[in-house]
Design a protein. Structure first.
Length: 111
């Protein structure tokens, strides 16, 4: 039994006190408590005006740059040839062109 108590004491001594986390601010609720319904309406309106002028914060994305050893190949018109070894190549010819699908035009059935 004395060993368990000493382990608990060592654990308590080794851990540092944790700072309390501040509560999340609720300005509209605070305005309602302090100034009533009119205060809450005014606070909500001011937040709306703030969002209109400042907008949403846009997450900035880093540009991605890729270097290529040569000019890119147009697979639709040229096809592709991949050398496997000295005697073997894999060839994929270009696909034939197809007419685009017209999604706006609907076909009607005759009865």
């Amino acid at each position: 039994m004395p060993r368990v108590e000493s382990d608990e004491q060592e654990l308590e001594e080794a851990t540092e006190p944790v700072e309390p986390i501040e509560p999340i601010s609720d300005p509209i609720g605070t305005a309602r408590r302090r100034h009533g319904t009119r205060g809450a309406i005014l606070a909500a309106g001011m937040f709306g005006v703030d969002q209109v002028y400042n907008g949403r914060k846009v997450k900035q994305e880093a540009p991605i740059v890729v270097d290529a050893a040569s000019e890119p190949v147009d697979l639709d018109s040229d096809g592709i040839t991949v050398p496997v070894d000295d005697e073997t190549d894999v060839v994929a010819p270009p696909l034939p062109r197809t007419e685009p699908v017209d999604t706006k035009r609907r076909r009607t059935r005759r009865r």
